[in-house]
Design a protein around this ligand. Structure first.
Ligand code: ARG
Length: 466
């Protein structure tokens, strides 16, 4: 972005009291235009609603309103075409646009700021911007959820080891594992939707901090801008950024979930696991080791989660010491917030695509599930169902596992005679529960890994997603 001097001084907006121009370094230090100009479109939306309301209550003439609307339309085109000149001298997005409007339409432009302050203006802009981001994120989350459901359906019967402590614990299906992430995404979507309720309140009308003396109609502005209602205290309206903090918190939880997924994808891709392959478009090579295919994208998702957490802490810390009402500290809310918004947007787009590019190596998953005595709990449950107390069953199975380990085989490789040696209640039907399929199928309740349940969950979830 070009920074250009036009012989202007931002002091022209408040010049009467000022006897010397602001120092160059101070100008740079206090300016936000080079990062807040992404608010331009919402700023114009807010200004148009404000002007319309001023005209409706008789504070602005119909001619002035028409001039403002025409000027703003031209400005919008200039911005979209990249022709708008953002000037550091004009400090921020609000003053840049207002100044350009006045250049275009004269006095009508100077009247736009009646009954308003940059304090309620910026709070409104940021809320509109976050609301748009949430609406987009919710669409994207749906795509990610659908991708998890597709994998779950395709792999309802694909056996893999379930882990605790990263040690083989019990067999699950890959589909069931994918549904775990589906649940996390579902809660993330709920969190964003819930955050939206508190984002979607109108600050305009609060003016600098105390309200305004003009006969404004805040409800009208709220309706115009699609807000659910107005902020009911002017001091709070201009000063709190809790809604931005909430967005960043929801973003961090989402990123945390996707970081856990990334960690698993990275592990599963290593030759030691060999559970999955990721499409080449999500991997990169090494400049020195020709054999390498690195999971850069999941690694970056994991890495960017750290940034996202940092943004949340930045905003919390920004807020904690501020007395009411507005303080310039709040200008610092934008970069962390925007960074989280960008990170979430790009990460969700990438994850939705990446999930469709996963190839599953069912044989490797199955082999791993067969190695870790994954059906030991099933054997214990079998004994309990035949009348053995659970603690005794636990001990019997531990001895059987030790024996199999010494023999270098799995539990279902032990002969019936050998198994009977550990407990007399064991009969030929024991092999039904010692197989991986038997183990999965027997966990047939809502939330369990049985293929039937996984398919039913997918069907329910699809219906709910619409
Ligand atoms: N650029 C400022 C911000 O982001 C706009 C509000 C400035 N208000 C003021 N009283 N200095 O917060």
């Amino acid at each position: 972005m070009q920074e250009k001097k036009a012989g202007l001084n931002n002091a022209e907006f408040w010049s009467g009291r000022f006897t010397e121009p602001v120092a160059e370094i101070v100008k740079r230090y206090t300016a936000s235009v080079f990062f807040d100009n992404r608010l331009a479109e919402v700023d114009i939306r807010g200004s148009l609603a404000h002007a319309k309301m001023l005209a409706a209550v008789g504070v602005l003439s119909a001619d002035d309103l028409a001039a403002i609307e025409r000027g703003m339309e031209e400005i919008l085109q200039e911005i979209r075409a990249g022709r708008f000149e953002w000037l550091l001298d004009l400090e921020d997005v609000h003053l840049n646009i207002e100044r350009r409007l006045t250049e275009k339409v004269g006095d009508a432009g100077k009247r736009l700021h009646t009954g308003r302050s940059r304090n309620d203006q910026v709070a409104t802009d940021v809320r509109l911007y976050v609301r748009d981001a949430i609406d987009h994120n919710l669409q994207q989350l749906k795509d990610v959820q659908k991708a998890f459901l597709a994998l779950a359906e395709a792999h309802a019967d694909t056996v893999m080891p379930g882990f605790t402590h990263l040690q083989v614990a019990q067999p699950v299906s890959f589909g069931h594992h994918m549904l775990a992430y589906f649940e996390m995404m579902k809660r993330d979507a709920e969190r964003f939707a819930d955050c939206r309720k508190r984002v979607n309140r109108l600050p305009l009308g609060a003016a600098a901090l105390a309200g305004t003396t003009y006969p404004i109609d805040r409800e009208m502005v709220a309706r115009e801008l699609g807000f659910d209602g107005v902020c009911e205290n002017s001091l709070d309206a201009v000063s709190d950024r809790d809604f931005a903090i909430e967005y960043c918190a929801a973003a961090s939880l989402l990123m945390t979930h996707l970081s856990r997924l990334s960690e698993e994808l990275i592990l599963w891709m290593t030759p030691r696991f060999g559970f999955i392959k990721l499409s080449d478009r999500f991997c990169t090579g090494s400049s020195i080791m020709p054999q390498k295919k690195n999971p850069d994208v999941p690694e970056l998702i994991r890495g960017k989660t750290g940034r996202s957490n940092g943004n949340l802490i930045s905003l919390l810390t920004l807020m904690k010491g501020q007395p009411l009402a507005y303080n310039k500290d709040n200008q610092e809310d934008k970069e962390p917030l925007f960074d989280s918004i960008d990170t979430v947007r790009d990460t969700l787009a990438i994850v939705a695509d990446m999930l469709t590019g996963i190839t599953v190596n069912a044989d490797a998953m199955r082999a791993a599930a067969s190695q870790g005595f994954a059906t030991a709990t099933d054997l214990a449950d079998y004994l309990v169902k035949k009348g053995v107390a659970f603690r005794d069953a636990h001990e019997i199975v531990a001895l059987a596992v030790r024996h199999a380990e010494q023999q270098g085989c799995d539990l279902n490789d032990l002969s019936l005679d050998v198994l009977k040696g550990f407990s007399a209640v064991i009969a030929a039907d024991v092999y039904n529960v010692l197989t991986l399929e038997g183990s999965l199928a027997s966990r047939n309740h809502i939330g369990g890994t049985a293929p039937e349940q996984v398919r039913a969950t997918v069907a329910r979830a699809r219906k709910a997603l619409g």
